[in-house]
Design a protein around this ligand. Sequence first.
Ligand code: NDP
Length: 247
Amino acid sequence: MPELGSIAGKTILVTGGSSGLGLHFAQTLSRNGAEVILAARRLDAVKDAAEQLRAEGGKATAVRMDVTNPDSVAEALEGLTLDGLVNNAGVTTTTPAMDISAEDFGSVIDTNLKGVFTVAQAAARNMKGRGGSIVNIASILGLRVAGALSAYAASKAGVVQLTKALALEWARYDIRVNALCPGYIETPLNRDFFATPAGEALVRRIPQRKLGQLSDLDGPLLLLLSDASRYMTGSVIAVDGGHLVSS
Ligand code: NDP
């Protein structure tokens, strides 16, 4: 019997595997025995990451994928037999709602919401008949708003509701669909901001009084991709140090 919570031997696609959370997720999954396919537009970056994981003894490959292009998504999945998907690719903009162009607003929605749907649909078609687990990476900003992030917040709120809708439709195929909502996670890109007075004030409003680390997402991610969560679908899990429950 495999250990409860194990993902060993599962084949899992990670979108946005070229940097940030996606790269970290791919490393975590590979180090826990999964075969990982890293996907992103920058093929060189995912190829390098996959090579590093293979050098550590993992099973990893890289594919080029633009989640806004259904043909690119279908091509990337050709020949794969998936057990899991981490639907992570995403973009943001901090242009105020008064100034943002329709084009820029649309491009955030195209990647974060339509892209998540396109990849989920392709993965579900691939999993049909065997079952599988899809984890959509939303954000606590899909559940509460902050800053000048109207397009981002709307896209992530869409991902939360989409997760529930897909869970409802695909439960009959034994395809589970859940969402992870990270709070403020420290990455090289935002470290400087969180060292400013505004950033420090934000951290003081988190009940646990600290930023999340990438590794804080590992437990919930492994749970959702493993059979330990076999009776969970349509769940939305915040990993945010209690941020959502604070006023
Ligand atoms: P990064 O900017 O570091 O990474 C984004 C990833 O998405 C890159 O790998 C990029 O690869 C990929 N990507 C962007 N557009 C496309 C596209 N059209 N097709 C395919 N891949 C694409 O961001 P983060 O790691 O910070 O964020 C990852 C996810 O986590 C996002 O969905 C984000 O909203 C979410 N999140 C992040 C939080 C944080 O604190 N960082 C908090 C809450 C949620 P490439 O450019 O090579 O295509």
